[in-house]
Design a protein around this ligand. Structure first.
Ligand code: ZN
Length: 339
């Protein structure tokens, strides 16, 4: 098969579009003909080399995949079924897996991190990871959906316990997770605010945010309190980290929950403990999500309630250009490879 691999870590020039061996599925696994694979920042970190994870080389990245079943393995879906893939891999045998807490599994991994991913014509995947998609959902859209919407669902619904009427502040609302969080919170009846770079503000608001604050300047915590009659945010969705942490904590209402899935500007954040106890705040960590959550979110993709934003599509052979486009940070929505 054709695939994009890197044999050593480094810059964009280590990505090679080349002939690679077809995947050899484990017993019961399915093989899928990849039609589209969306990029994530994780792909860039994999290529550059990760501090704490040693990747098997050569490596094929790609966590967000849609395509057609070639051989179903243990799945009941016949060959030819159009599918998107659950981006989490679990052991399926431990207590966490048995209770549906897949992302607590000690073997839990993102598809395409320790295993080969979707920058290829074929991918081997546990049969349980297949989700059939209806004919009106194209492969590009399906590939753009799983990782960000799963992450946002786990943060908002499972961790932060979103309820209708909550005030939700989404940091970096123009990012992939931010766009998903705005759409989910709006759908479940929250009053949604966001931050973004000024040039992304209008498009971020169009996703459902009542007001979009400038991410870089100004005090959005103060602004939000003014707009909510002093209340602040019941939930803050964070993944920016050091640059915004202090304002994000200050933006919380009494009893508010700050949920975070990342720290792109730095991970050394401080907190004034007086705020934590006196205002009875909750700080919640979140990582990826669970099978049942993506299964619950998928019908909302299929009926048009949730729509991943597509920024640009590149052919697989131009993966280096696609990653360069993602690195330049100007994009609004998912960058997707067509395979
Ligand atoms: Zn497990």
């Amino acid at each position: 098969m054709k695939a994009v691999r890197f044999h050593e870590h480094g810059g964009l020039d280590v990505l090679r579009y080349e002939e690679a061996p077809d995947p050899s599925p484990q017993p019961g696994w399915a093989v899928v003909r990849v039609r589209a694979c969306a990029l994530n920042h994780l792909d860039l970190w994999e290529r550059r080399g990760l501090d704490r994870v040693k990747l098997p080389l050569p490596h094929i990245s790609g966590s967000d995949v849609a395509g057609e079943v070639v051989s179903p393995g243990a799945s009941a879906l016949p060959a030819g079924t159009r599918v998107m893939l659950q981006p989490g891999l679990r052991c399926g045998r431990c207590a966490a897996c048995a209770e549906g807490r897949d992302n607590h599994c000690v073997e839990y991994a993102v598809l395409g991190l320790r295993s080969d991913g979707g920058y290829a014509e074929l991918i081997a995947i546990p049969a349980e990871n297949l989700i059939a998609i209806p004919p009106h959902i194209d492969f590009i859209t399906a590939a753009a959906f799983p990782l960000t919407f799963l992450t946002a669902w786990h943060m908002l619904i499972t961790r932060a316990g979103l309820r209708a009427g909550d005030v939700v502040l989404v940091l970096a609302g123009g990012s992939g997770v931010g766009q998903a969080a705005i759409q989910l919170a709006t759908h479940f009846g929250a009053r949604v605010f966001a931050t973004s770079a000024p040039e992304k503000a209008d498009r971020t608001a169009a996703l459902g945010a009542e007001r979009v604050f400038d991410h870089y300047s100004g005090d959005y915590a103060k602004e939000l309190k003014r707009l909510t009659d002093g209340r602040g945010a019941d939930i803050v969705v964070e993944h920016v980290g050091e640059a915004t942490w202090e304002r994000s904590v200050r933006a919380l209402a009494t009893g508010g929950r700050l949920v975070t899935c990342g720290a792109t500007t730095g991970h050394a954040a401080a907190i004034d403990l007086r705020h934590l106890f006196a205002r009875q705040l909750s700080l919640l960590g979140s990582y990826m999500g669970r099978f049942a959550e993506l299964t619950a979110a998928a019908p909302l993709l299929f009926d048009g309630t949730l729509t991943p934003v597509i920024d640009r599509v590149f052919p697989l052979a131009d993966t280096a250009a696609a990653q360069k486009h993602l690195e330049q940070k100007g994009q609004f929505g998912k960058v997707v490879l067509e395979v």
